[in-house]
Structure formats: C-alpha cells, structure tokens
Ligand binder design. Structure first.
Ligand SMILES: NC(=O)c1ccc[n+]([C@@H]2O[C@H](COP(=O)([O-])OP(=O)(O)OC[C@H]3O[C@@H](n4cnc5c(N)ncnc54)[C@H](OP(=O)(O)O)[C@@H]3O)[C@@H](O)[C@H]2O)c1
Length: 231
C-alpha cells in the first residue's frame, strides 16, 4: 500500500481548520493538526474517530517559543501539505479610526506576521512536490475592496498576501505549490450565523482547489471554487 499523504494544519481546534482536518482524513490522509491551550476541543473528538490517522499538536502561533518547540517536535517529518489556517477578527465592524491600537497590532500579528513565521520555520519539512497554503480571505483583495467593512481585518489579510508574495519572490524557481486561499464567507464563530456558506459548502471545495493545484509551482490566490481572486 502506498504511504498516505500527510498534512500539517495549523489552527484546527474548531471552524474551518477543524473541517480541513476532517476533510483530509476523509480523503485518506494522515493529519497533524494543532490547537492552542490544553483544553479539549472538537479536534480531540475527531481524533477519537480517526483510527490513529490524526495527531494533535500544540502551538500558539503568536508565541515564538511555541513555534520553535513544535518545529523541534516535528523535525525529520515530511508534510505534503502545510496549511496555516489560524486567524482572528477583533471587533471587525469598527472603521479604522475607531480600531484600538492593541486590536490592530493583534490582527496584524496573528493574521500576517505569525502565519509567515510558521511558513518560514516549517517550509523545509515540505518536499519539492508539496504545497504550502495560508488561509487568506476574499477580504484580503485590495482590488476587490469596493464595499469597505472589516477594515483592519482586511488590511491584515492584504498584508498576509503581500508577505506571501515576497516569500514566493524569494523562492523563485521553487517547484512547490504556494497558495493563498479565500474560503468564502462561511458560518463559523468568525463568519457568524448570517454568512452565505455552510462549512460543508466551503471546505471540501477548498480541498479540491488545493488538490487541483498539485504539482503547479508558484503562488496563486484562489477562492474555494478554484477561481482566481484579484490581488
Ligand atoms: N469564516 C469565514 O467566513 C472566513 C472567511 C475568510 C477567511 N477566513 C479565515 O479562515 C481562518 C479560519 O477562520 P474560522 O472562520 O474557522 O475562524 P474561527 O472559528 O474563529 O477559528 C479560528 C481558529 O484559529 C485558531 N487561532 C486563532 N489564533 C491563533 C493563534 N494565535 N495560534 C493558533 N491558533 C489560533 C483558533 O484557535 P482557538 O480555538 O484556540 O481560538 C481557531 O482554531 C482564519 O484565518 C480566518 O481569517 C474565515
């Protein structure tokens, strides 16, 4: 039997990250997925039914020694997919003039700086035919920003996109697939009850989109239907 592909999913305690872990397990992958803290999460419930194919690890991506400890723990492993999903939205309804400095910094750190630190630190575990993805958002598109709203969050995802472009530029010629994913507006704790899509309408298509990019080098910014999102 061929060795199953392995995914490392960062930020999978609930919401879209949890669903990503579940979807990759359903497709026969081995999954290492992370939570922060020591409390039981829905990911732990998923592990109970995963037949040993789901390993749970711990990392708060904003804490440098956490990231370093996980990197040491996973040294020597190989991941066909690294997917950094973790993200936050703090008082997203506030226009930028009303956003507190601390909240602005928190979103920039958790949504842009920390995912890139994870990618920089773990990319060497992804082989030449592997993929590195970060969960961006439709709201990260500068070109599509005609409605405003979620201003500081938007800026943090636009920053993530720009930093990922810099990473790609620095790795020109790298055969690996690099992806920024816009999952649609989805009913999770972050997306809220009025969001357009259920998790089931988004995440299997996100996984299809990632799969369809296998073997394609370079960076793409794609939505859950596989459509290109304007930068
Ligand atoms: N839902 C949407 O409509 C939507 C649309 C576009 C993009 N996104 C993006 O999709 C991703 C997942 O969103 P979601 O809707 O599933 O949100 P969610 O339900 O609020 O879940 C967020 C996840 O990120 C984790 N996380 C947050 N900060 C972290 C940190 N510092 N270190 C490690 N993990 C951390 C959370 O862990 P804890 O449980 O420990 O808090 C949780 O697992 C985010 O990047 C979000 O920006 C969501």
């Amino acid at each position: 039997m061929p060795t199953p592909s392995t995914a490392l999913i960062i930020g999978a305690s609930r919401g879209l990250g949890l669903a990503l872990a579940a979807e990759y397990l359903k497709r026969g992958w081995h999954v290492v997925a992370t939570v922060r803290g020591n409390r039981p999460t829905p990911l732990h419930d998923l592990a109970a039914t995963a037949g040993g194919r789901l390993e749970i690890a711990r990392v708060d991506i904003d804490i440098a020694h956490d990231v370093a400890a996980l990197r040491r723990q996973l040294n020597g492993r190989r991941f066909d997919l690294l997917f950094v999903n973790a993200g936050i939205a703090l008082q997203p309804e506030l226009p930028i003039g009303k956003v507190g400095t601390e909240d602005f910094i928190r979103m920039m750190v958790t949504n842009a700086l920390s995912p890139m630190r994870v990618i920089e630190s773990f990319e060497s575990l992804v082989p030449p035919d592997g993929a590195i993805a970060a969960m961006s958002s439709e709201l990260g598109s500068v070109g599509d920003n005609v409605d405003g709203g979620w201003e500081a969050y938007r800026a943090s995802k636009a920053a993530l996109n720009t930093l990922m472009r810099s990473f790609a530029a620095r790795h020109a010629g790298d055969p690996r697939t690099l992806l920024l994913i816009a999952p649609g507006w989805v009913r999770t704790d972050m997306g809220g009850p009025d969001a357009l899509l259920s998790i089931e309408e988004s995440i299997p298509r996100v996984v299809d989109t990632v799969s369809a990019q296998a073997g394609k080098a370079g960076l793409r910014y794609l939505d859950y239907r596989g459509q290109v999102v304007p930068w």
